[in-house]
Structure formats: structure tokens, C-alpha cells
Design a protein around this ligand. Sequence first.
Ligand code: AMP
Ligand code: ZN
Length: 116
Amino acid sequence: MSDCLFCRIAAGSIPSQKVYEDDEMLAFRDINPARPVHVLLIPKKHISSLMSATAEDAPVLGRMLARANEIAVAEGSPDGFRVIINNGRVGQQEVPHLHLHIVGGPDPVGPMLKRI
Ligand code: AMP
Ligand code: ZN
């Protein structure tokens, strides 16, 4: 059993509010949403962050970006959204499994978020 929180969510051993899933990625609602729409989109494969991503990971990362709008629209952010990826110590990443924050809502999200 992996001790990575998001690997365990991907495996279904920790519950989450899933909003999209296919064979290589999973999207679920952030437990502490910063905006009305706040979804985390993860690769099912464990990649710690963009600091350790390789060219081999580029296709799935591209497909995740290409999926983001569909998820945002379905969650209630039809007129745009913001994607944030925190990486490592300087990026203040808390969960060391690469994830896209998809943040939005009916209203603009405001200036660059201080912390997400
Ligand atoms: P980061 O600081 O970029 O690593 O973001 C980690 C995010 O994971 C935070 O926004 C947390 O609210 C969120 N989070 C932590 N645990 C869970 C969980 N069990 N389910 C959903 N979101 C979580
Ligand atoms: Zn993981």
C-alpha cells in the first residue's frame, strides 16, 4: 500500500468526491476549496511534481491540460478558470503527488491567489 495520499485516493482506498476519471487521470474536489469551483486533477501514475516529470510524462500531462475545461464547465465554471501547479518547497507544494488545481466559479477568481 502506497503511503502517498493521492495514490491512495487514485486507488480508491481513501474516499474522494470524484468528478472525472479515465484510465490515466482522476479529478476530485479539493477538501478545502479556495473558490466555489476547486478540483484537483492528478495522473494515476505517481509523479511527485514537475521537478521529477520527464518527457515520458508529457503525453498524460498534455491530456490533463486538454481535459481541464470540460471539468471546469461541468463543475460550474463555464466562462474560464485558472490552473495552478505548486512544485516543491519554493512552490509550497503540500501533497507530493503532481496535481493541477482547477479553480473557478461563476465569478472571476481575483488576482493571483496568495495560497492555494
Ligand atoms: P498543494 O499545496 O498544491 O500540494 O495542494 C494540496 C491540496 O490538496 C490542498 O488544496 C488541500 O486542500 C488538498 N487536499 C488535501 N487532502 C485532500 C483530500 N483528502 N481530498 C481532497 N483534497 C485534499
Ligand atoms: Zn502518489
